[in-house]
Write a protein that binds this ligand. Structure first.
Ligand code: F6P
Length: 319
């Protein structure tokens, strides 16, 4: 293998730049030529492919977002889109790929490998922490710290006004962010998609208080009962309590990555390139118990990464 392509795809996550930097620099150390593919699979289809050298990744290790850009490509879902992507890779002589992304990225990547046989090693880049095959995804640590600080700030105003807050955190189909942030902020309730939500139990808890009190409730955006607005509406219909909703949203995806995310991203960027050099085909490089582990790419999205239920239970136990 002489020439590889590297790209970021799906929702951006803090640490993606550190991952790209490590991948590019390690590939150069190993004598490979490296091309950056802009805007993920969409750039592969549109031919947005640029040569990268050591300097093209200078000074990016501490920057959030991704210098390569990213996208959720609809065209790549079609056989025609994937054919065009393959033709562009051939045109540039690219023989292997390193892809930093999440579920959607690896679903597309698995199919692309099965159709065209170009080796692709993934690195888990998503704030949701919802990939099988790694203890943590790149961007998760930064996101939970960002969300924790936001909730701490909301607590200041909640306490001052004796107000109840429903705070919505990200995590499309997974409650990892909600559970960690809930525990770390001393929240009184966390709603996550992995466990059935019992709204009545929440009401019964609130009814125990006979005078206004601030309550901090964390709602994962993917909870099956509904989002924070739905919780607040049903809550207001039930209680005459001063209630506010705060949706943390995309601020959770931004910002300078933490030490944990930079180190994880760096290790996995190196591991992905090494995987290609070792002849691996369709895998994801993850970190489990502090060791680098390669998992078949298909398993990373077909299997489910389990939430820590004991940790989730601590929220209500300690409130
Ligand atoms: O997968 C990362 C994530 O931030 C999810 O937590 C969220 O549901 C989704 O992306 C939002 O995606 P978009 O930025 O495309 O609206």
């Amino acid at each position: 293998m002489k020439r590889i392509g590297i790209f970021t795809s799906g929702g951006d996550a803090p640490g993606m730049n550190a991952n790209v930097r490590a991948g590019v620099r390690y590939a150069l150390v190993k004598g490979l030529e490296v091309f950056g593919i802009r805007h993920g699979y969409q750039g592969m289809i549109d031919g947005e492919i640029v040569p990268m050298d050591g300097r093209s990744v200078s000074g990016i290790i501490g920057r959030g977002g991704t210098i390569l850009g990213t996208a959720r490509s609809k065209d790549f879902l079609t056989p025609e889109g994937r054919r065009r992507a393959f033709e562009n890779l051939q045109r540039f002589g690219i023989e292997g790929l390193v892809a930093c992304g999440g579920n959607g990225t690896f679903q597309g990547g698995s199919i692309f490998y099965e159709e065209y046989g170009i080796p692709m090693i993934g690195t888990p880049g998503t704030i949701d922490n919802d990939l099988y095959g790694t203890d943590f995804t790149i961007g998760y640590d930064t996101a939970i710290n960002t969300a924790m600080r936001a909730v701490d700030k909301i607590r200041d105003t909640a306490e001052s006004h004796d107000r109840t807050f429903f705070i919505e955190v990200m995590g499309r189909h997974a409650g990892f962010i909600a559970v960690d942030v809930g525990v770390a902020t001393g929240a009184e309730y966390v709603a996550i998609p992995e466990t059935p939500t019992n709204f009545e139990a929440l009401c019964a808890y609130v009814e125990k208080y006979d005078r206004p009190k601030r309550h901090i409730f964390i709602i994962s955006e993917g909870d099956e009962y509904g989002n924070a607005m739905k919780f607040a509406e049903d809550f207001k219909a039930r209680f005459d309590i001063d209630t506010r909703v705060s949706i943390l949203g995309h601020m959770q995806r931004g910002g300078s990555p933490t030490v944990r995310d930079r180190v994880l991203a760096t290790r996995l960027g190196v591991a992905a390139v090494q995987g290609l050099l070792d002849g691996e085909k369709s895998m994801m490089a993850g970190e489990i118990d502090n060791r680098i582990v390669l998992t078949p790419m298909r398993e990373t999205w077909e299997k489910r990464s389990e939430i820590n239920r004991e940790l989730a239970d601590l929220v209500e136990l300690l409130r």
